[in-house]
Design a protein around this ligand. Structure first.
Ligand SMILES: *Cc1c(COP(=O)(O)O)cnc(C)c1O
Length: 365
């Protein structure tokens, strides 16, 4: 009934475009969280076809699932709890990331012959503190495990002029220097995510880890649109109207009657709701496309459905309704939904879907 249509040609286009922009840095395409809701396996395949040098996911379990689907080639992951069994990932040749000496010990005990080390240069999320960094590097040297990469992650890259970017780049350079002083070649050095890869050339080092831009969405909407960046949104979310009917002036619409018709209107029921990942924050804020027109969401988004204004469009049950897509037919972008909901496009595309929504692909090779 409802469908997420993923355009793999758009993914390939975006990967090719990003390679061109970041060269000679290598391109690592991030396909965590089921490829930001686009389907990890299909996106991974398209990204490899388009020449991605590396793929990356968050967890070893995601990495193992990707290998199980036949993926080969360089693959990095970076998030695990102390109870993680690293052996399957090691057996599949996945490159793991260590944040501290205890985790490094567990990774080496699982048989890993190489590892990447993450240093926290100012996000205060994963990675070794700067104070512990020399100890982590020394441990890697002493365990005789090959360090194939050293990396970090930026906090404010969607604001390219933010002073935190300079501070983190500087801290990263110092961490690299520390590794070299301790006799450890840092291997692949990487810091930039999509926003930095596109907007801060000096942050590219040897590779960039690009997620959102792969999917054709702008990582920095205040700075540039996806079109400005030469990217093409890959996801379209669409379904059919379940019902169209008139309502009278004064009728309240949906739970709580937060919208009340001030005139006779025609409304349509869209069979998607927060149970399918449509944010409830879209209530009375987002728009959908029906018959070439933008139609406002009226009142609250419910668990399974939402109501839109189709007054004067001659809409009928069964008509296509597009929540968001690449914008070619005038439909909203995921970025428009993000702005309507007070969030980022990452959350819009990653949360949409579930057991009631099919995922289909265009451009499968
Ligand atoms: C998710 C993630 C990325 C990708 O970020 P985008 O902004 O989507 O490009 C890169 N690095 C790390 C560590 C991440 O968690």
């Amino acid at each position: 009934m409802a469908e997420i249509l993923v355009d793999l040609d758009a993914v390939r286009h975006n990967v090719a475009r990003l390679r061109e922009v970041v060269a000679p840095a290598q391109l690592m395409v991030v396909v965590k969280a089921d490829g930001y809701g686009h389907g990890m396996v299909a996106v991974a395949r398209a990204a490899r076809e388009a020449g991605a040098d590396w793929l990356a996911v968050a967890t070893p379990d995601e990495a193992v699932a990707l290998r199980g689907a036949g993926d080969e080639g360089p693959l990095l992951c970076w998030l695990a709890t102390p109870d993680q069994d690293y052996r399957p990932a090691v057996r599949f040749g996945v490159t793991l990331t260590a944040y501290d000496v205890a985790q490094l010990g567990r990774i080496v005990a699982a048989g890993a012959t190489d590892v990447q080390l993450k240093v926290d240069t100012g996000l205060s999320r994963g990675g070794s503190t700067l104070a512990s960094w020399a100890g982590l590097v020394s441990q890697a040297r002493d365990l005789a495990v090959s360090v194939s990469g050293v990396w970090s992650h930026l906090a404010c890259s969607d604001e390219p002029e933010h002073p935190a970017n300079d501070a983190q780049e500087q801290a990263f350079r110092e961490a690299l220097a520390t590794a070299e002083e301790l006799g450890v070649d840092p291997g692949l050095r990487h810091l930039a995510n999509s926003a930095a890869a596109l907007l801060r050339p000096g942050s590219r080092f040897d590779a960039v880890r690009v997620g959102i831009a792969t999917y054709g969405l702008t990582p920095a909407p205040q700075v540039a649109s996806s079109a400005d960046l030469g990217l093409r949104p890959a996801m379209t979310v669409r379904t059919e109207l379940a019902l169209v009917k008139p309502i009278v002036a004064g009728a309240g619409v949906s739970y709580g009657h937060t919208f009340v018709a001030d005139r006779p209107m025609e409304v349509a029921v869209v069979p998607l709701g927060y149970g399918d990942g449509v944010p409830r924050h879209a209530s009375s804020r987002a728009e959908v496309l029906v018959r070439g027109s933008r139609c406002p969401v009226l009142g609250r988004v419910c668990m399974d459905q939402l109501v839109v204004d189709v007054t004067g469009l001659g809409a009928r049950a069964g008509d296509e309704v597009v929540l968001f897509g690449p914008g070619d037919a005038g439909e909203p972008l995921a970025q428009d939904w993000a702005e309507a909901c007070g969030t980022i496009s990452y959350e819009i595309v990653t949360r949409i879907g579930g057991t009631r929504v099919d995922r289909a692909y265009r451009g499968v090779r």
